[in-house]
Write a protein that binds this ligand. Structure first.
Ligand SMILES: *Cc1c(COP(=O)(O)O)cnc(C)c1O
Length: 502
């Protein structure tokens, strides 16, 4: 237990959070979760995790919720047990279609960790169902409005995560007529009294710029008028990272329980990644004592992370490729900054230097020592679009498994590295969420169908394979349309304010 004085207050937590770029401001996890990003542009990290550990063996017959309590109790230790109980009881209950939140199933000689049984059929639900609960308890009665711009996908995950969260409202802006029909329905049918959605006459950039402008120009005014702060559900929030640690332990537990491994055996996890969030959570699980051999980065054609582990040079100066795994189409992997912090022996100054180089030159190179530390933990590989399609076909024909294009990158890399150890591939989305690309990889083009009709591909994929469309997607056809607002770019602030008044 560390007791120290921070801005005049004495803090008694083990987990003190500070920026990856400096140790000047220390805070507990609640403050880190409310702020999201540090004032100096860095990400919240804690040195405390290096000295923390969890009795993993004792978790091998616990429930998912009990593992959450254990992990949060260590990493978010300024929350009381009652507060954590509240968060755990509200986050996932009734929102998942499987009894086991994250089932581990077989795929050939390996395993799939299915992270896509939540409200949007993709893995971001695991974090976005929990973050709002953690925020609610950190707020201590204050009120917040979350403002988000989305190009289509994260919008719904945020909406369903924040649905009916205490003291928090959410307003999502998306580009009018520039999202898929399924994405449109996901947002237009979103439920919850605290949930607001508007289509903006403009593109995604306009939505994003509009939201940034509201933050810059309206924050003070809105706080004064309504007593409400503005916030975002940023992907680098500690409250999104920590919930992801849990399913690494849960997967290990399921394998031990069914006798596929004995406790203590080190296994590999293959993680389709872009922003480095999911796989970083795996590193946290390893730090806490989970028997992990290697964490394997699976990139798509935007293979900036794979090149980095291979060469020590991170270079975003390259063409941006549109792939069939769009959620990994990223050239700046924000969460890597946290890994650089740990791999450099918690050297803030060093990380700040690298980030400065990245912003000025679009590239940086790490020292041989840091590279060696990274390679100790990570291995890597990538799949091109063509290889992803082949992987989808191979998984189906050889292993009788339907996988989505993101998971397919993991499948290909697992086959290629073939480490000989027990391997869990993280499956990050339902194949039905990317039905068109999956269908085409397996059966070729679907004749007589409008390109944009996602439901036609979902149905056809289901018919051909005999697998059911997830309820979360199937039910969209019949759900009530609740959100019809369409606004001009210069009316976004007005709309946000009307949501705050509502
Ligand atoms: C966001 C996302 C990923 C990548 O997650 P990271 O946190 O960037 O590693 C992979 N697959 C799907 C389906 C996603 O939505």
């Amino acid at each position: 237990m560390i007791v120290c004085t921070v801005s005049g207050r004495s803090i008694k937590y083990m987990m003190l959070y500070h920026s990856t770029r400096s140790r000047e401001d220390l805070c507990g996890s609640k403050e880190a979760i409310l702020k999201g990003l540090c004032g100096d542009g860095g990400l919240y990290v804690s040195d405390g995790i290096l000295n923390a550990s969890i009795d993993m063996k004792a978790l091998m017959d616990k429930s998912y919720e009990e593992i959450v309590m254990e992990v949060f109790g260590v990493l978010l230790d300024d929350y009381s047990e009652e507060e954590l109980d509240y968060c755990v009881s509200r986050a996932y209950k009734g929102k998942f279609e499987t009894e086991t939140l994250t089932p581990v199933t077989e795929i050939g000689s390996r395993y799939l960790l299915e992270l896509y049984h939540g409200p949007t059929s993709a893995f971001k639900d695991m974090a976005l169902c929990m973050l709002p609960q953690l925020m609610s308890k950190a707020l201590g009665g204050e009120k917040v409005m979350i403002l988000t711009a989305t190009s289509g996908d994260t919008g719904k995950a945020a909406l369903s995560g924040f649905q009916d969260a205490e003291n928090i409202g959410i307003t999502v802006f998306y580009p009018y007529q520039k999202v898929s029909d399924i994405q449109y329905l996901q947002m237009a049918t979103a439920e919850g009294g605290n949930v607001h959605v508007a289509a903006v006459r403009g593109n995604f950039d306009d939505c994003q710029t509009g939201v940034k402008r509201i933050f810059a120009e309206k924050t003070g005014e809105i706080r004064e008028k309504y007593g409400v702060s503005l916030s975002s559900a940023n992907s680098i929030n500690v409250g999104r990272l920590v919930p992801q640690v849990v399913y690494y332990i849960e997967a290990y537990k399921q394998l031990v329980k069914r006798g596929a491994i004995s406790f203590g055996e080190k296994i590999d996890y293959v993680v389709p990644t872009g922003n480095f969030g999911d796989i970083l959570a795996g590193f946290y699980a390893k730090l806490l004592g989970l028997p992990v051999a290697k964490l394997i980065i699976a990139s798509n054609e935007n293979k900036v992370l794979t090149d980095f582990i291979k060469t020590g040079v991170y270079d975003k100066n390259r063409p941006f490729v549109k792939t069939i795994s769009p959620s990994m189409d990223i050239l700046v992997s924000s969460n890597l900054e946290r890994m650089l912090f740990y791999a450099s022996g918690c050297d803030c100054e060093y990380v700040a230097g690298l980030m400065k180089e990245l912003s000025e030159k679009g590239r940086f190179e790490v020292t041989p020592e840091v590279l060696a530390a990274l390679r100790e933990v990570f291995d890597c590989g990538f799949a091109s679009n063509e290889e992803s399609r082949q992987a989808i076909a191979e998984a189906y024909r050889k292993d009788n498994r339907l996988i989505d294009p993101h998971t397919a990158c993991g499948y290909k890399v697992a086959e290629e590295l073939n480490t000989g150890r027990k391997t869990v591939i993280l499956s990050t989305a339902s194949p039905f969420k990317f039905a068109k690309d999956v269908y085409e990889a397996l059966f070729g083009t679907l004749e007589g169908t409008d390109e944009a009709d996602g439901f036609a591909y979902m149905n056809a994929l289901s018919e051909k394979t005999g697998e059911a469309v997830p309820e979360a997607l199937e039910s969209l056809k019949t759900k009530e349309i609740r959100h019809r607002s369409v606004v001009d770019i210069d009316k976004m602030a007005e709309f946000a304010e009307s949501c705050i008044r509502a």
